[in-house]
Write a protein that binds this ligand. Structure first.
Ligand code: FE2
Ligand code: FE2
Length: 409
């Protein structure tokens, strides 16, 4: 029983021993226990549909050999293959005179290459708890003392070894599984790293594209301002008022982001309006007013060509609509007016009131607040604006003022 304990102790040794080291030590221990001069140990590996016995190490005290790297198929024509296929233990007195009535034969090529004479053999399987063979140990030439001719292995050595097979097999299987898992994890980590790098590249490209897009629409918005009395930062302020209001109303993040760059394009249609009308001082006649108001439809036509500018297109079309239906170009009422355009409507008028016009000076925030919330002879807020949005403006008007101050012309 002490042998069992000794073996267990040896097997359960802590530390990061690799499967190869573990198998090496198992073979060494098995040789020690049986007095085998040489031996080899194999582990079963699947490759495709075929099971293979992969040699882990060959030990031979006589010719000082300790490494091996070859594999043989698990078929019963070789001794190890037979043991692996049948899970039987094989005892052979002389490997060169194997009887013809067994399926296996001894391959003498190793002996021929090294000049060694293999004679007796004890070959046994290493099995896991399910009795599945996970490896094979071959012990060669029981060698005691200085005898010239090695003794044969007998049942005694076989009995000595057999109780440990399953324990050894189980430990090896566990270590092997761990090693395979670690290897797979490592492969996965490498793959993940590569994937991550590719993803970053794509993100980088997308970022570049996105930046180019933003620059393009900013330039487009600026181009539209050439003949307009709104100059400089009006469009940027509109982006910010609109974003602020969208957030305060509780619109989803995607909407807020989109309105933050779509707002600036609201008057893009002015590009298509006759510049004489755009720059005319004094009141416009009816035809001129009609043409001027067309900037909403013109803008929509320009922007509707791009899928990414859907919101900008609806803002361009509907930012002069009024809550009571009194606006243009379509006379939409209430919630028929897209929420984006309803928001921009307030933002645009706030900023227009704060700006100097041919017919008026720039108003203070306080005066503008007064006009937007109470009204004056030109503007009735209850007709113009959605009550909910007006309320949001009332609650956050100081932030409008901050934006105006920060982005003064
Ligand atoms: Fe406009
Ligand atoms: Fe505007």
């Amino acid at each position: 029983m002490s042998a069992v304990l000794e073996f267990l102790e040896f097997i359960e040794q802590p530390g990061q021993q690799s499967v190869r080291e573990l198998l090496d030590r198992v073979l060494l221990k098995a040789r020690e226990m049986t007095g085998a001069e040489a031996g080899s140990i194999f582990i079963v590996r699947k490759s495709g549909k075929q099971d293979w016995l992969v040699a882990n190490s060959i030990q031979n005290d006589a010719i000082k050999l300790s490494k091996a790297d070859f594999r043989i198929p698990v078929v019963p024509t070789s001794i190890a293959g037979y043991v692996a296929s049948t899970a039987e233990t094989v005892l052979i007195d002389d490997l060169y005179t194997i009887p013809k009535n067994v399926p296996f034969d001894f391959d003498q090529s190793f002996d021929k290459a090294t000049g060694y004479r293999s004679r007796s053999m004890l070959a046994f399987p290493l099995t896991n708890f399910q009795k599945k063979v996970i490896g094979v140990v071959q012990l060669i030439n029981r060698h005691k003392g200085k005898r010239k001719t090695p003794a044969a292995f007998d049942e005694k050595q076989a009995d000595l070894i057999l109780p440990f097979n399953q324990i050894v097999g189980r430990v090896i299987e566990r270590a092997d599984m761990l090693e395979q898992i670690n290897k797979r994890n490592k492969d996965l980590r490498v793959k993940n790293k590569t994937l991550r790098a590719q993803q970053l590249q794509i993100e980088e490209l997308q970022k570049d594209t996105e930046e180019a897009f933003m620059v393009s629409i900013r330039l487009l918005a600026r181009a539209a301002e050439v003949h307009d009395e709104d100059t400089g930062n009006h469009i940027i302020r509109c982006n910010e008022y609109a974003f602020l209001m969208a957030k305060k109303v509780g619109m989803p993040a995607d909407f807020c982001r989109e309105i933050s760059f779509s707002a600036q394009l609201h008057d893009i249609g002015k590009m298509s309006v006759n510049s004489a009308i755009l720059t005319k001082r004094g009141r416009l006649d009816e035809d001129e007013r009609y043409e001027m108001n067309q900037h909403t439809s013109y803008g929509n036509q320009i922007l509707a060509r791009s899928d990414r500018l859907n919101m900008a297109a609806e803002i361009a079309l509907s930012h002069h609509e009024q809550w009571d239906g009194g606006g243009y170009p379509e006379g939409l009422k209430g919630e028929q007016i897209p929420i984006s355009a309803r928001i921009l409507g307030i933002a645009d008028i706030y900023d227009a009131l704060r700006s100097e016009r041919a017919y008026k000076p720039a108003f203070s925030h306080e005066k503008t607040f007064q006009i937007l919330t109470v009204g004056d002879d030109r503007l009735d807020p209850t007709q113009h604006f959605e009550p909910k949005l007006l309320q949001v403006f009332k609650e956050n008007h100081e932030e409008f003022n901050q934006i105006r101050k920060r982005l003064e012309d």
